[in-house]
Design a protein around this ligand. Structure first.
Ligand SMILES: NC(=O)c1ccc[n+]([C@@H]2O[C@H](COP(=O)([O-])OP(=O)(O)OC[C@H]3O[C@@H](n4cnc5c(N)ncnc54)[C@H](O)[C@@H]3O)[C@@H](O)[C@H]2O)c1
Length: 367
């Protein structure tokens, strides 16, 4: 469901997955859903979907559909995922998971009742460099973690003419970059460091009105924050900071993290995604410093399925990696992470941040 930005990224993944990997199930691109028939038809022809539909509910009733891929705006995730689960379909769902913890809990309950596979697409977990960071942490190479510094910065709202689209309305997006970009940053923080204990958050409104998408001579109210700065503490005692904004002039998709530990440190920048920087305290004092680990060897996760060593991969490959793991989980009736449990855990952090942004108080997360 959905045929624009994520619709393209997902369709590419379903097409590529059997070319480079051997998933236990082969996907058939049966029906693509959207609202506008003409553009849907062109999309289906380009990406190899057999049919199109503007009524997604009717598609769920079909016996020849086994899995549903949700790549629509946030407010539709819960309705679509619950209906898909009730119809017995496995669900591959885009982030942010939902608009609230309670919506997320209803999604998880429906998925568990139906016994389907549920996956939440935090695609950055499947970048080989991120998995290398995980390996270094799990192997004890950086020791006790003191700091997580995450940032997800974009610049598309610096342009005052950018229209009031679904990402700027509370009813469709719930929040601004805190939910949209922050959900990825929080997911990576949880994946690499652990669960959060406490959150503080400050939000900022730089521009409160924008031209309407339907009629640019009129303007409407921006209903979500323009930027959010979160700080917090993990249950293991590490400190966190996460910066999210759509007003970082010149930063197009600047998604980074830095992790500082007792024995070493790691940094990553999505725009240079095959490079992981690693500082090891084991190095001799006269030659220590951050080294580059270029994750393009067959030894690195997923990489052996692509090109000979040294031939880099990119943004779209993370989606293909998610596709192969999802298909294998569907075949085995297993689990693929992150799943709806992770979605709820992430939303608890984001809801705490939203509460702190509103009240100005520090918010504890119930264990
Ligand atoms: N994982 C990532 O890196 C990443 C990146 C961008 C967006 N996203 C997420 O993907 C989702 C979609 O974002 P996007 O940027 O592709 O949005 P988009 O605006 O480009 O596309 C939205 C799609 O949803 C469809 N749609 C809207 N209402 C519908 C309805 N009622 N019935 C059927 N289809 C409907 C539209 O026709 C369109 O195809 C969002 O949840 C977003 O947060 C994830």
């Amino acid at each position: 469901m959905g045929h624009r930005f994520m619709g393209r990224a997902h369709s590419n993944a379903w097409n590529q997955v059997t070319k480079f990997f051997d998933p236990a199930l082969k996907p058939v691109l049966q029906v693509v859903c959207g609202r506008d028939e003409e553009s849907l038809r062109a999309f289906a022809d380009r990406w190899g979907w057999e049919e199109i539909a503007t009524d997604w509910r009717s598609v769920l009733q079909r016996d020849d559909i086994d899995a549903v891929d949700i790549a629509t705006p946030t407010h539709l995730h819960a309705e679509m995922a619950i209906a898909a689960a009730e119809a017995g379909k496995h669900v591959f769902c885009e982030k942010p998971f939902a608009r609230s913890v309670s919506e997320g809990q209803a999604m998880l309950a429906a998925a568990e009742k139906a016994g389907i596979v549920h996956y939440l697409n935090h695609n950055y977990r499947r970048c080989p460099a991120v998995l290398m960071a995980k390996r270094l942490i799990d192997d004890g190479e950086i020791g006790e973690i003191y700091h997580w510094r995450g940032a997800y910065q974009q610049s598309w709202l610096v342009n005052p003419q950018h229209p009031l689209d679904w990402k700027l309305r509370k009813a469709t997006a719930q929040a601004g970059p805190l939910w949209d970009l922050g959900s990825h940053a929080v997911d990576l923080a949880r994946f690499l460091v652990g669960e959060f204990r406490e959150i503080d958050c400050r939000g900022k409104q730089f521009r409160s009105e924008r031209p309407l998408a339907e009629d640019s001579s009129k303007s409407g109210q921006v209903e979500v924050e323009c930027a959010a700065l979160m700080t917090g503490e993990f249950t293991n005692g590490a400190l966190a900071s996460i910066e999210t904004t759509r007003y970082a002039t010149g930063r197009l998709n600047h998604h980074t993290f830095e992790i500082y530990g007792r024995k070493g440190s790691i940094t990553w920048d999505m725009e240079d995604m095959n490079r992981l920087q690693f500082y090891s305290g084991k190095d001799l004092p006269d030659r220590c410093g951050f080294r580059d680990i270029i994750v393009t060897d067959r030894l690195h996760d997923y990489v052996g399925a692509w090109w000979p060593p040294g031939h880099i991969i990119g943004y779209e490959h993370g989606f293909v990696h998610a596709a192969v793991d999802f298909l294998d989980a569907c075949a085995a009736g297993g689990v693929v992470s992150p799943d709806f449990h992770d979605g709820i855990a992430g939303l608890k952090v984001l809801e705490a941040a939203a509460e702190s942004m509103k009240s100005g108080w520090r918010v504890s997360l119930a264990s």
